[in-house]
Write a protein that binds this ligand. Structure first.
Ligand SMILES: Cc1cc2nc3c(=O)[nH]c(=O)nc-3n(C[C@H](O)[C@H](O)[C@H](O)COP(=O)(O)OP(=O)(O)OC[C@H]3O[C@@H](n4cnc5c(N)ncnc54)[C@H](O)[C@@H]3O)c2cc1C
Length: 308
């Protein structure tokens, strides 16, 4: 397929919206995913405001360029041929954090761990569970990320997002329809730009020790020393994906550079030089064997992008 980047008129328009190093072409996505996998994106932009998000979306719309939204790339697999079109990456350039009383406001690109530590530093409790989740807060709301009986959705008071037609829209908690690893943003094409969290006053020492406890538990149980995208599969009702995979004898099973982690079977890790094709083949094989053995269909939690 012909690369979209040959459209100089579109590139010229992007240059007018996004300054210098925040606009990249032919950018290897392996540099932007925690799996360290993924071919090049034709364009990658790092907007610094909702206004820039809307302007980029409008330009892409006018030129028929497809858009993929990315936060910290910690829940995605990008295929080896890369992404034909534009990646809108919301990161520290849109990552301001502030508070008013017990309400914490964060730009969608703020690292979730930074927001949790910020809240803890001003004595606000509720977000301790999120300290080791390596995503942006926008990605966390999109996914309704959770751990240790906590879920980001329970804390979200409001979200400001840009709709596909470029309007700035405010969503209250009820509008977002949080479910297990689900939110309205997986269905409405809106780009989350700012998140407001309703936290509660807490005790500094208790907040700090909860965070250390969760960090220790993660370090002991998860293969955080190797590139991955976290849990590969959603939790099937009534089961744990990792336990089923382990019971199917797949711990340590490898295709190319992709391996079912020997430390936690729920994770596929990149043990060195894994391609997206390796990971996809491994996902398929795990699904096949778990279904054959237990009759349970595992659904990927990891989101897959890029040219097939
Ligand atoms: C070691 C490790 C541990 C993990 N542990 C956990 C865990 O305990 N619990 C958990 O829930 N997850 C966990 N994850 C998965 C991941 O960190 C979360 O899903 C996280 O919330 C994803 O955020 P992100 O910014 O990286 O999103 P990305 O991976 O960049 O994107 C994920 C999805 O969100 C969309 N998206 C991202 N930002 C926006 C935005 N601003 N607006 C609209 N759409 C957007 C993308 O299009 C994509 O579909 C883990 C991952 C790793 C690597």
């Amino acid at each position: 397929m012909q690369k979209i980047k040959v459209r100089e008129d579109f590139y010229g328009q992007l240059q007018k919206i996004i300054a210098g190093p925040r606009l990249l072409i032919d950018e290897p996505m392996a540099k932007h995913t925690t799996f360290r996998i993924g071919g090049p994106a034709d364009y990658l932009v790092r907007p610094a405001s909702a206004r820039e998000v809307a302007a980029v979306l409008a330009a892409a719309g006018r030129h028929g360029v497809p858009v993929v939204v990315l936060g910290n790339g910690s829940n995605v697999l990008v295929r080896d041929k890369g992404i034909r079109g534009l990646v809108l990456k919301l990161d520290a350039a849109m990552g301001e954090i502030s508070h008013n009383g017990a309400t914490v406001k964060a730009g969608a690109g703020a690292a979730l761990g930074d927001v949790a530590r910020y809240a803890g530093s001003i004595g606000l409790t509720g977000l301790e569970f999120a300290v080791g989740i390596p995503g942006s807060i926008g990605g966390a709301v999109f996914m309704n990320a959770g751990a240790y009986d906590g879920e980001i959705g329970c804390l979200v008071a409001a979200v400001t997002a840009v709709s596909p037609d470029g309007r700035l829209q405010r969503f209250g908690h009820a509008d977002i329809r949080f479910g297990y690893r689900d939110s309205i943003f997986q269905h409405n094409g809106c780009i989350i730009c700012e998140v407001e969290l309703a936290l509660a006053a807490g005790d500094d020492t208790a907040i700090g020790s909860k965070m250390s406890d969760y960090t220790c538990r993660r370090e002991a149980k998860q293969p955080i020393e190797l590139p991955s995208a976290g849990s590969t599969f959603k939790r099937p009702p009534g089961y744990f994906a990792g336990t089923l995979i382990e019971q199917a004898g797949l711990k340590g099973f490898r295709i190319g550079g992709a391996e079912v982690s020997g430390k936690h079977a729920g994770f596929i890790v990149n043990v060195g030089g894994a391609t997206a094709a390796d990971v996809l083949a491994l996902i398929k094989e795990v699904q096949r064997q778990v279904f054959e053995r237990f009759g349970v269909r595992l659904q990927p939690e990891v989101r897959i992008f890029g040219e097939e």
